[in-house]
Design a protein around this ligand. Sequence first.
Ligand SMILES: [Zn+2]
Length: 148
Amino acid sequence: MRGLSSSKKMIPIVEGLFEWPSESPRLIASRCPLCGSVQFPKSSVCNNPDCTHDATPEEIKLSEEGILYSYDIHMYDLREPFSYHKAPYAIGAIELPEGIIILARLTRYEGLKIGMRMRLKIDRLYEDDENVYLTYFFEPVEDGGEEK
Ligand SMILES: [Zn+2]
């Protein structure tokens, strides 16, 4: 992947959030076969209070593109164990075609506009002496990204 040239091992910060290793990883979610409720991260139980909960949600892969629904710019560093979040950085709410809005780090914090098209990007969150830890970001589609 572009920008991830390293001899270190690249591993997801949490297992099961996205497909990895993969040439075009997608977020892993779940959908209830009864009521259609979509959850991310995936869950073994439907979270819809109006659902009968008589079926186990099935695993689905979320679309790679969505719309920036809202965002917030954080102007402070987080403390341990999350000190890899260095200010300033943006957290966005991304509305996906599956009918779910998910929160994610954005690849930049300047020039954001509500309603702009955003695309999933798995990228480096931080690294130590052995590993590069990856998580899911969303980047503005206008920034380009990887060729498919
Ligand atoms: Zn349900």
